[in-house]
Design a protein around this ligand. Sequence first.
Ligand SMILES: Nc1nc2c(ncn2[C@@H]2O[C@H](COP(=O)(O)OP(=O)(O)OP(=O)(O)O)[C@@H](O)[C@H]2O)c(=O)[nH]1
Ligand SMILES: Nc1nc2c(ncn2[C@@H]2O[C@H](COP(=O)(O)OP(=O)(O)OP(=O)(O)O)[C@@H](O)[C@H]2O)c(=O)[nH]1
Length: 441
Amino acid sequence: MSKPIVAIVGRPNVGKSTLFNVIAGDSIAIVKDTPGVTRDRIYADCSWLNYNFTLIDTGGIEPDSSDVILSQMRDQAQIAIDTADVIIFLVDVRQGLTDADGKVADMLRRSQKPVVLCVNKVDSFKKMEADVYEFYNLGIGDPIPVSASNHQGVGDLLEAVSDHFKKDGSESDDDDRPRIAIVGRPNVGKSSIVNRLVGEKRVIVSDIAGTTRDAIDTPLKRNGREYILIDTAGLRRKSKIHEDLERYSIIRTVTAVERADVVVMVIDAAEGVAEQDAKIAGIAHERGKGVIIAVNKWDAVEKDDKTIYKMTEKIKQTLAYMPYAEFVFISAKTGQRLDKLFELIDMIIENQSMRIATGVLNEILAEAVAMQQPPSDKGRRLKIFYMTQISVKPPTFVVFVNDKKLMHYSYTRYIENQIRNAFGFRGTPLRFIIRERKEDK
Ligand SMILES: Nc1nc2c(ncn2[C@@H]2O[C@H](COP(=O)(O)OP(=O)(O)OP(=O)(O)O)[C@@H](O)[C@H]2O)c(=O)[nH]1
Ligand SMILES: Nc1nc2c(ncn2[C@@H]2O[C@H](COP(=O)(O)OP(=O)(O)OP(=O)(O)O)[C@@H](O)[C@H]2O)c(=O)[nH]1
């Protein structure tokens, strides 16, 4: 099941970042093996009780006039409506109820998305009770008082938020059609690919970066098999604020990737791979999704028999943390190799769900350990007792060792490579959980 997405919406200075940090807190998973991918504080993987969710801070810069504030809040609310499963609408008890709050509340109410109204800066509920109740006038339910900076009331807030997970989380699970997210920088050809696949001008293609419409899920049949395309092309909100556009495109990518089984990361053959691509691909990697690097506009580059090799090497260097990614060189314009793209998608979907029997896995492990001695530190040597696959999508293994500290990253990588050599697992990341176990006497 994909994790629910929770978005925080609210005026500047109501405390969105403070609340975000309190909820994300220690639960932010810092992925150390993704070099070059700085983690924006725009989204965080969070857990509370038994719930896991992705938290998004939609807020951006400090606008200077009330007109700008309203239009920015509308942008935020729209992005939350488009992408989130639950919206936290944050207001400020000290500033009281404003016109802009009312207008945004209307918008949220009309969207019919679950909204939790949260009143921040209620540092003393006794003194501020009456002020909190004023927010009932927004007509979006009970206001939940919190003091983000004092860490008060956050449990009640999350309880109200998670109430909506139960109701809404189950529906989409019956659909077992593979979900394919098409991601990439503006103008690389995402809409053109979708159009080519879907066979109609469903999304507006344009030369101006960031001009197409919102992500829409499109069912698609190819070689008798059904898929769902999740398209992140462009942004309907033609925000004039550059930072907003960037933020929204990251949010859009995170939410699309979250719901996908396989991510098709589109790169423009003429432009090559850049830092921003590494960031986008990193989102798929962190979330354990299958990845295909689709180098598009292949019709438009001059090439000889070494071009594919050279370009693959260059991209692999930039995306060194995902050596498992598959490559395909396509043209949305001519349709070149789109069949190959789907062959890869099918293969990766199988690989993501592959389970290896524990016996076979441990034979490979024993061979690997015999071939390359595990590392030691101060006379104490790493012992790997046993490993077992505990889940799929992505395939996840628990490795029992004598001392976690001795299990270096490079040795985990070595074991991973041995497993890949034996079983393939092409196109999908693998996860390893290292656990300590007492040594047998
Ligand atoms: N008294 C009080 N102050 C708070 C509380 N939460 C946040 N603040 C203060 O409110 C101010 C704004 O907080 P931020 O978290 O930066 O607000 P924001 O909504 O993210 O602001 P933008 O990034 O401008 O949209 C800061 O000075 C915080 O210290 C609270 O619970 N009580
Ligand atoms: N030569 C060539 N041009 C292409 C190809 N695919 C897309 N283009 C062109 O590249 C430009 C951008 O294509 P879009 O499909 O709008 O790109 P996008 O990634 O959806 O862009 P945003 O909506 O900004 O995110 C258009 O002018 C397309 O005609 C291709 O395979 N070959």
